[in-house]
Ligand binder design. Structure first.
Ligand code: IPD
Length: 265
């Protein structure tokens, strides 16, 4: 088995267990706390699930680094770092909307999306039971189905997913950006989980996704899914996806979307 296949197996097994744990905790009742701003929340389950994922990874691969949403980072001694969002779509999780996911990626290089190279990644939605998975050079998959991005966007425009940051100070520029994109959109989707938006682009359920202000754990696995499904992913002009911007689409539509997002970047 190759390293990528091995890492993918580990990620999928742990994501499934972690997602099932989160779903169980949701049924038992929620404990919610506030993070950066009032709308930015964390549940006790986010922290417990991240601790579970971290402990399992440490047991399987003690030399690897760890970079997660809810705990301190651990530097890698093997060259591999795990980038983990235990519950992406926390607000959906809290409200009982079935669009949240466990996102786990194994990356090579430093723990920085500007330079790392993702080797394997999974996005698991425990409510639908869908496990999206990808490994570098091995394609993107949902069950037995090999995923590919949409190849063409017709005159009606693209179905475009995006997200809004929690900080109210970002809302006005977010809406201006949306207004610039609308002329090439047949419609917009704001599902509330960046990892699932990216998985949807990989699966051809959405033509594109863009968002400013996401964290590395929101997009580490999803970006690999889109790339392995034949899509194009970028950030600020000429750059990798990052806090400044994440743009993901089929190669034909990518340029049109990126051009409209460029003026402010
Ligand atoms: C958030 C979700 C949301 C996106 C935000 C993320 P969280 O992650 O992915 O869709 O718009 O930028 O922070 O807080 O639910 O893990």
């Amino acid at each position: 088995m190759t390293l990528a296949a091995d890492l993918l197996d580990i990620a999928a097994r742990i994501a499934r267990q972690a997602g099932d744990l989160a779903a169980r905790r949701r049924r038992e009742g929620l404990e919610i706390a506030t993070k950066s701003v009032a709308a930015d929340i964390v549940t006790a389950a986010d922290r417990e699930v991240e601790a579970f994922v971290r402990a399992e990874l440490e047991r399987e691969r003690p030399e690897d680094g760890f970079f997660g949403e809810e705990s301190t980072a651990q530097e890698s001694r093997s060259g591999i770092t795990w980038v983990v969002d235990p519950i992406d779509g926390t607000v959906n999780y809290a409200y009982g909307i079935p669009a949240w996911a466990v996102s786990i990626a194994a990356v090579e290089g430093s723990a920085d999306p500007a330079t790392w190279s993702a080797v394997a990644g999974v996005v698991y939605n425990p409510v639908s039971g869908e496990m999206f998975r990808a490994s570098r050079g091995g394609g993107a998959w949902l069950g037995d189905e090999r995923l590919s991005v949409t190849s063409e966007v017709g005159p009606a425009g693209g179905l475009i997913a995006t997200g809004f940051g929690y900080d109210p100070a970002t809302h006005a520029p977010t809406l201006e950006r949306l207004a610039r994109v609308m002329p090439i959109a047949r419609d917009i989707r704001r599902i509330g989980a960046a990892s699932l938006d990216l998985a949807s682009v990989a699966a051809g359920r959405m033509d594109a996704y863009y968002e400013k202000g996401t964290h590395p754990w929101d997009h580490a696995a999803g970006v690999l899914l889109v790339e392995e499904a034949g899509g194009t992913v970028g950030g600020a002009p000429g750059g990798r996806p990052g806090k400044e911007m994440v743009i993901a689409a089929g190669p034909g539509f990518y340029g049109r979307l990126a051009k409209l997002l460029e003026p402010e970047l």
